[in-house]
Design a protein around this ligand. Structure first.
Ligand SMILES: [Zn+2]
Length: 316
């Protein structure tokens, strides 16, 4: 049990549609979770992170909250969100803005990096291991933690979703074609379900979707029912998932591979096929495990990064 005298940090996860925040103790214990939809107004969106921090500080005047960590879906350089396609923001100096608003030292990092930081700490022997976290959601992201430290390189390390798997494949927002997330991420599964329903309007995927635009959930349901077309689409994407993962593992050679994100969190034929594909890899025979922290990973990792950047370390 944490007492009010124990130092804590605020962790914030600023996603594409929602903001989530909590008070995180040194041991990773989360309390006072706040989650709400982001406002549509651009200025209010930008302010949302500082506002949620102020809200938590005001609500818990008894807690010794000395640092704030912010995880954002975007590219970060030196505390500045340089660009975020998801949030439609660029050049936001979050570190300075939140520090100015709250008076607390603030650390800003990419959301996939934050999630990798938190998940890697749960691995025994993490201080001497190479741990690769792969997040399969609408796209594919990741983070690499080497000997207990997040590897960022010049800032974008871990943008593994942009490893090219099919040079003739669909074009990607990054400017290249056939990036891993374009052929094996959640949006790729949505597109495949839609294509399949269009090609076969009398088929099972089209029937399940009905009036809705067909998506990955319809594909999964059709495959679970044993529909051969749907099972074929899932198998093809699982193969592409494995191809990209093998490329990354060949470079990184992780001791432990952690799989997270919405696609991996949803039980069913897609997750089963993707997991089965990880057992066919040429370049990784090591440990494969599911992510443990779910939607809390980003804010916990952000708070832990804030801890690491502050002078007041756990137990210190
Ligand atoms: Zn790309």
């Amino acid at each position: 049990m944490n007492t009010s005298a124990d130092p804590a940090a605020i962790g914030i996860d600023l996603g594409a549609t929602h903001i989530r925040a909590a008070i995180v103790a040194a041991d990773g214990t989360v309390s006072s979770v706040v989650r709400h939809a982001l406002p549509a107004d651009a200025a209010a969106r930008r302010q949302a992170a500082a506002n949620v921090a102020l809200h938590l500080l005001a609500r818990h005047p008894d807690r010794w909250i000395h640092a704030i960590g912010l995880a954002v879906a975007g590219t970060i350089a030196d505390g500045v969100l340089t660009s975020s396609t998801n949030l439609g923001m660029q050049a936001v100096d979050y570190r300075s803005e939140i520090h100015a608003a709250t008076g607390r030292a603030t650390t800003v990092l990419n959301d996939a990096h934050a999630a990798a930081t938190a998940e890697a700490r749960l691995v025994d022997g993490a201080r001497t291991a190479t741990i690769l976290m792969v997040t399969v959601g609408t796209g594919i992201g990741g983070g690499l933690v080497i000997n207990g430290a997040l590897h960022t390189g010049t800032g974008d390390a871990g943008e593994i979703g942009h490893v090219v798997v099919d040079p003739g494949g669909p074009s990607c927002g990054c400017g290249r074609r056939g990036c891993w997330e374009q052929v094996a991420g959640g949006l790729a599964l949505d597109a495949a379900a839609s294509d399949e329903a269009r090609a076969d309007p009398g088929g099972r995927i089209a029937a399940i979707a009905g009036d809705r635009h067909p998506g990955a959930a319809d594909l999964a349901r059709a495959a679970a029912e044993g529909d051969s077309a749907a099972m074929g689409v899932v198998a093809r994407h699982a193969g592409l998932f494995a191809a990209g993962l093998d490329n990354v593992c060949a470079v990184v050679a992780p001791h432990v591979l952690i799989l997270g994100g919405g696609i991996m969190a949803r039980p069913g034929p897609i997750r089963d096929a993707y997991l089965a594909a990880t057992r066919t890899l040429r370049w990784h025979q090591g440990d494969v495990r599911p992510a443990n922290l779910g939607d809390n990973a980003g804010m916990i990792g952000a708070a832990q990064a804030a801890w690491d950047n502050s002078r007041c370390r756990a137990g210190g």
